[in-house]
Design a protein around this ligand. Structure first.
Ligand code: NAD
Length: 321
């Protein structure tokens, strides 16, 4: 039986990835600072470890006197725009330590295949409609936040270990990802989850607050599509960074309208000051398409699968049956 280690298995994408690897027949160890908040883990073994500590990375990687066939590194100090713009030092310190120790020890312990979860936050601020950027065009680099800089450093570190120490490395740059069983409140939630929560909380005809004027353009990738992309990329020959994202670009205002439509509510929007991030990011999916990957869920289909889950969380938190 093939073995896989998933770092960040207590988190959103890591939790879904564990399920995918189990469906594919792997024996899976999950590692995280915390247990998954929303669903019991399907990992065969789950270790609570702080991966900023090198000894804990070695413990996570050790298996029966050897190590794993595949390691998926998704652990990161992570959140939406509000968190990314307020926790710059934590991101630069914590995520860099995790990646430094995980990459180094995975190579040292002989891991044959290593996956690193990067982000399209490595790209510079773009205007809507600018020609799509390829992965290589992220350099010369000018990410608009420290989260993107840390990801670039970790990508380069992983590629250095691939060149010099023979560990096969696969790197995905994820577009904004959303779906059930992800953070939906507390300050680390990302835009789709935040909009679902706000609209679940408001009465029909009520008003929600949105940071900025709502014109920022994003694409949002449903978590099942992301996990399929991760698995396909990991088992491919594609070296270097690979973008994974749904090709449907929408404004934040359109995101709100989609959630409101799915919720069946009329919603007024009050635009307030807040961190909005880049105007747009337009990037090419040609490399992941070359493996036969296509996103199966457009925004409406993904929100139809996400909103009911967040609405149920909101009702449960409010004590509504
Ligand atoms: P998440 O916050 O739900 O999961 C990350 C997990 O890492 C959390 O469970 C957290 O507890 C864990 N973690 C943090 N510090 C740790 C430590 N010191 N030791 C052990 N575990 C630790 O985030 P996610 O959305 O599932 O993201 C997974 C990965 O994908 C991250 O690397 C993130 O940067 C990347 N990514 C996510 C998105 C997105 O839209 N969700 C977009 C681009 C990139």
């Amino acid at each position: 039986m093939k073995t896989a280690l998933v770092c960040g298995a207590g988190g959103f994408i890591g939790g879904h990835l564990v399920k995918k690897l189990k469906r594919e027949g792997f024996w899976v160890r999950g590692v995280d600072l915390k247990l998954h908040e929303f669903a019991p883990t399907q990992a065969d073994e789950f270790l609570r470890l702080d991966l900023r500590e090198e000894g804990n990375c070695q413990a996570a990687l050790a298996l029966n006197g050897g190590t794993f066939d595949e390691v998926y590194q998704l652990a990161a100090d992570m959140g939406g725009m509000g968190f990314i713009h307020s926790a710059e030092c934590e991101i630069m310190h914590n995520s860099a330590l995790i990646n430094i120790h995980m990459t180094h020890n995975a190579a040292k312990m002989g891991v044959p295949r290593y996956f690193f979860s990067s982000s399209v936050c490595v790209y510079r601020d773009m205007q809507p409609g600018e020609p799509e950027m390829t992965e290589a065009e992220a350099i010369p680099a000018h990410p608009d936040n420290e989260y993107g800089w840390e990801k670039l450093y970790a990508e380069r570190m992983a590629m250095a270990y691939e060149r010099n120490q023979g560990m096969v490395v696969r790197i995905a740059r994820f577009q904004n990802c959303y779906g059930p069983e992800g953070t939906w409140t507390g300050g680390r939630e990302k835009a789709p989850a935040a909009m679902c929560r706000k609209i679940a909380e408001v009465e029909d005809g009520g008003t929600i607050e949105i940071w900025g004027d709502g014109s920022a353009i994003r694409s949002y990738t449903y978590v099942d599509d992301m996990v399929e992309g991760i698995y396909l990329l990991m088992h491919s020959d594609l070296k270097g960074a690979v973008n994974i994202g749904c090709p449907q670009y929408v404004s934040v205002n359109e995101l709100v309208a989609t959630v409101a439509e799915v919720a069946g509510k009329r919603v007024n929007v009050k635009h307030i000051e807040g961190p909005v991030g880049v105007h747009s990011r337009n990037f090419s999916n040609a490399r992941i398409y070359s493996l036969g990957w296509q996103s199966r869920f457009d925004l409406k289909a993904g929100i139809e699968r996400t909103y009911p889950w967040i609405e149920a969380q909101v009702k449960a938190a409010a004590g509504v049956k």
